[in-house]
Design a protein around this ligand. Structure first.
Ligand code: NAP
Length: 225
């Protein structure tokens, strides 16, 4: 499977990239990023692109993929709706529309979040915008589209969020998150499980198209070594 990855520098994306590079089922990863990371690996190609609202300049690089793992996203905390909408909806759709037209066989996996509002009518701004984004993705002509809606994610293997708010939150919860995960394994996922679940779902499908932590962990556990 050839994978295209957005958000590889973030907490979720770093976890997904790690699992893709470790998994023999993933042949190559093309990471589209706005800043070069310098990370090297035989399977990894990093493509630095500046305008995430328009990918037509790199369209010729975006063909021949079996899966897109879209982990780019921001926290809505302190953001105006228009700015949050631009990153969450417009950037996602700019990439997704082009990929759908160039790769009829692609499976698109989008990371939204627990509480996403599929009605697009609720009072919570971020949930409405994520819901609109999910709904628009479901309408695109992908081979398949899946929405990952994680709640709490335990970062593993030294991975850190780029979002200060999440970093603070995970620094505080780091002491008890592993215990909580042991007590309530379905309520918390890990960056490793999210990555493994994406590989499983893209390669073999999943009975649901919207996956919360329980499903993400289930899918990850179904990925054979
Ligand atoms: N972390 C969690 O606990 C959690 C839980 C539930 C859902 N989620 C969702 O998962 C997604 C990823 O979260 P995360 O924790 O991985 O976030 P993160 O660590 O803050 O990483 C965000 C990623 O998005 C990219 N990005 C942000 N704004 C961009 C822009 N304007 N143009 C281009 N790239 C941009 C960042 O690239 P740069 O490196 O260039 O900034 C980075 O790769 C988000 O949608 C979030 O809501 C996260």
């Amino acid at each position: 499977m050839k994978v295209i990855l957005f958000g590889a520098t973030g907490m979720v994306g770093q976890g997904v990239l790690r699992e893709c590079l470790l998994d023999p089922r993933v042949e190559t990863v093309l990471s589209i990023t706005r800043t070069a990371t310098g990370q090297t690996h035989d399977k990894l190609r990093e493509l630095v692109h500046r305008d995430f609202l328009d990918f037509t300049a790199i369209a010729s690089d975006l063909t021949g993929f079996g899966a897109c793992f879209f982990c780019l996203g921001i926290s809505s905390f302190g953001m105006k709706e228009a700015d949050y909408y631009r990153v969450t909806y417009e950037m996602t759709m700019a990439a997704a529309q082009l990929l759908a037209s160039l790769n009829p066989g692609v499976t698109f996996i989008y990371v939204s979040g627990l509480g996403t509002d599929s009605t697009e009518q609720g009072r919570t701004m971020w949930a409405r915008v994520k819901g609109k984004t999910e709904n628009a993705l479901f309408r695109l002509p992908f081979k398949a589209a899946y929405m990952f809606r994680p709640g709490a994610i335990q970062p593993l293997h030294g991975i850190k969020s780029k979002t200060a708010l999440y970093r603070m939150m995970y620094a505080v919860t780091a002491l008890f998150l592993p215990t909580l995960k042991e007590l309530f394994p379905d309520s918390i996922t890990t960056t490793e499980q999210v990555g493994r679940a994406m590989i499983k779902v893209a390669g073999q499908g999943y009975p649901k198209t919207i996956l919360e932590n329980r499903d993400i962990n289930q899918a990850a556990s179904e990925l054979n070594p």
